[in-house]
Design a protein around this ligand. Structure first.
Ligand code: BDR
Ligand code: CA
Length: 321
């Protein structure tokens, strides 16, 4: 079993990543920590609770509210991409409580209780992870593996020409994490990896949505707004970088190619804010990350399908499902 914490800005593909964390037999999901990112903070918490609910696991995994804004910058939302990230779904539940402990303190405590045993999947801006690094210099050494969705590998950005959203929103945090000395830091990038290997064509997306389980309906409803957005900007399918990030941790056999890189994140330039400079071995720099370069798409999509086929009973009714 892989003991894992998901650090997330929950909307759309983050929800799918949480489903993988809840339902993949290899995963032992210990906590969800929330970070400012995609949509309004309270909406993100609601989206995470909605995801626990559709899996029939409301109240079984703690949700911790973490940092509510980036370290230095103003928050930048992605509501233009994701809407509110819920696909219009909602629920009323007294069980949907947020844990009293701050997300950063939860990261520090859980890794202190089990040093070297817990991995973190960070699929939002890196504010919580960087704050944990700053608060406790021993944190990085206690984390077994850190899998980050962020940056592009000498490719296109998505919020600007040069920057991927998670690194753009909090570039200082991203750079702190790159320099923190994590034992095993893996990066899942936007371009080329997500665009080439983790994008589900609409026909396949519709087929998955028609499987007939509550999870499949949830997936289709939750991800349609983003698919519409993706198509409007020339991306031919539904993008799933966040669920790929946890899948790569749980199933390393999915990774067909990776390499060691020296990765740094641009913090000084306004034009290229959040750009990830990924230097490969030619440049002779000491590597700080393993960058995933190719994955087995067919196996990844099959894994998602397995998750969506899981029969679940939502704990409370979901309006709109
Ligand atoms: C990343 O930004 C968010 O909008 C997605 O959830 C993903 O983590 C892609 O750039
Ligand atoms: Ca995300």
């Amino acid at each position: 079993m892989t003991h894992v914490i998901i650090d997330t800005d929950t909307a759309q593909d983050d929800c799918v990543a949480i489903l993988v964390g809840l339902l993949d037999p290899r995963a032992d999901l210990l906590a969800i920590t929330m970070v400012a990112g995609n949509v309004g903070f309270e909406q993100q918490v609601a989206n995470a609770q909605l995801t626990l609910n559709v899996a029939g696991m409301l109240g079984r995994v703690p949700v911790h509210a973490g940092c509510r804004r980036p370290m230095l910058r103003e928050w930048v939302s992605a509501t233009d991409v994701h809407g509110d990230g819920s696909g219009g779904l909602s629920m009323q539940s007294p069980d949907a409580v947020v844990d009293d402990e701050h997300g950063v303190d939860a990261l520090l405590r859980i890794t202190a209780e089990r040093p070297g045993e817990v991995s973190i999947v960070a699929i939002g801006p890196l504010t919580n992870i960087a704050t944990a690094v700053v608060k406790d210099r021993g944190f990085a050494a206690r984390v077994k593996s850190l899998y980050v969705m962020g940056g592009s590998n000498n490719g296109r950005g998505n919020i600007t020409a040069s920057a991927e959203y998670n690194f753009y929103v909090d570039p200082e945090a991203a750079q702190i994490v790159m320099e923190a000395g994590f034992t095993d830091l893996h990066l899942i990038t936007w371009d080329p990896l997500t665009l080439r290997d983790a994008t589900i064509a609409r026909a396949d997306f519709d087929r998955l949505g028609a499987i007939g389980t509550p999870l499949a309906r949830f997936f289709h409803t939750m991800c349609t707004a983003t698919l519409d957005y993706d198509e409007s900007v020339g991306i031919d399918g539904s993008t799933h970088p966040d669920s790929l990030t946890i899948a790569a941790l749980l199933h390393p056999e999915l990774v067909l190619a990776d390499a060691q890189y020296r990765v740094d994140v641009e913090t000084a330039s306004a034009l290229t804010r959040g750009y990830s400079a990924m230097a490969w071995d030619k440049f002779g720099l000491a590597p700080n990350a393993t960058v995933v370069e190719a994955i087995d798409s067919g196996a990844f999509f099959a894994l998602l399908e397995d998750v969506l086929r899981t029969p679940t009973q939502p704990d409370v009714p979901i309006t709109g499902l």
